[in-house]
Design a binder for this molecule. Sequence first.
Ligand code: ADP
Ligand code: MG
Length: 565
Amino acid sequence: NYKELEKILFSMDGKSYSLYKSLKGEYRFEKYILAIDHVQSDPYAPPSKMRVIMDRKICGIPCELTDTKDKNIAVSDFLTRNFYREIQKSGNDSTGTGGSGRIFIDRCGQEILERTSVMIKGDKVEVRFEMGMPARGRRIMGKAAQKIIFEQLPEIVEKSIIYDNLNKKALNEQVILVLDQEYARKMLKEKGLVAFVANDSVLPRESGVSDRPMKNAVKFKSPEKFEITLKLPSGKEISGMGIPKGITLIVGGGYHGKSTLLAALERGIYNHIAQDGREFIISESDAVKIRAEDGRNVEKVNISGFINNLPQNKDTRAFSTENASGSTSQAANVAEALEYGTSLLLIDEDTSATNFMIRDARMQKLVAKEKEPITPFIDRVKELYDNFGVSTILIVGGSGDYFDVANHVIMMDEYVPKDVTEKAKEIAKSDENKREFSSNDKFQGVTQRIPFKRSFSQSGKLDKTKAKGKYSILYGKDLIDISGLEQLVDDSQTNCIAVMIDYFKNKVLDEKLTLSQAADRIYEKIEKEGLDSISSYTGHPGNLALPRKQEFCAAVNRYRKLKIK
Ligand code: ADP
Ligand code: MG
């Protein structure tokens, strides 16, 4: 019935834009069904949502390329990138008003994420994209619409989705790459490691606004002591630096590449595309970057392991503030990370509160233990590992106090890592002016918190959650600022968090589940029924990319009206 659609489009030419709404429905084309799920109400509104639904037989992608979840993600990512590229090649420019006549699909960055943009399931392949329905002023441009839907779109689909037209070698390589990366991540535990950085990796990025690899960077080379070799499922063997469990200190002069190394480890939770330079920088998938985030809201978090005896007897086992200081925010970030579950903390001096990280011997002599509410991280880091199994990799370039507690010390020297563990230990041993352990008690762990359903009690029109760029989410009129979440990499992850919060407050919260358990419910649902299943739309689910549980929970914790039982 595509002939019919063509006729309708011609007949609409010059008529009022709102008539486009009548196009909602499904149309059979030669190789696929075009589903028009949602039509924009005017040319400036977000573009119309559509899907191409194709039989797998016609698409031709072999089953063995998609028979596991990891493979499926690798192929979907590949097809999304293809579709995006073909849109650009097709001369995707706007002739009319607003976004008229343009086609959009979710844009992938350097990471390979689980997305809704292309879904391969059962005997169907579905592409979810958007189109700005063409207009001049508020009048329909019927011929232009016909051209996009009947010429431009079929060509894009043909070139980017049909297996015979794809770069089969590149597709196959991407699948193999993802499997190798996933395997390497699984191997970490077996080898007693928390992270791995392959030799010849490129760590620095092109610029502060580009996530592409820096050209002419100094390539990574492991210190001999930490060098290990992984044998991958593809048969490839890669050597590089294995960072063992425990406490690893990164030191070195300013500008020698410390933060760049840590940033690469932060992103090592994700798989990366070929040529990124970080393909085999692999971290524990639950690694959490911990930073100071002053000004953030904290709701009944047990930070007593780090902060105690506040003036006026403020309880730090259920500590709340609307405006956290550097140290309390960092303490809350650690406590919350432990609540959702993590096996590796990543800390950079550049984004830490000094009084949270260290207190030296002289200051200990001057200010009595009883007068200082903070137990600095240096006095908890060993307990975290010994009693809770949580490792830490941290950068401290300005104080040698951590030599006492570190299991390994790596020095960055002109972008090259060196093992300086023994030397650091010697220096620590020969130092007479030792600091003391500064707490009176042991680290008690954290408290799981149960959110009240009434935290989310906006009514009517305000009861809407919406992402605004990568770092903000609006719930009604309330802004959730997630700019402190440095491991979030994609706008579509933020979109997804917004959708998850909706699902969370409507379907999961029940006054019994802790935040962490409630989050698990959502991920179980996604695991069973797919990422689409949490979207409230039928058809095109919106551009969603799966964030980790850590980022989802962190976003909920930054909602200023969150109330805890
Ligand atoms: P530090 O944290 O030790 O002060 P940074 O990691 O911030 O140092 O790095 C300082 C600068 O050096 C940054 O501009 C970074 O892009 C650059 N850089 C880092 N690693 C490399 C490398 N391997 N090759 C080339 N330049 C690098
Ligand atoms: Mg730095």
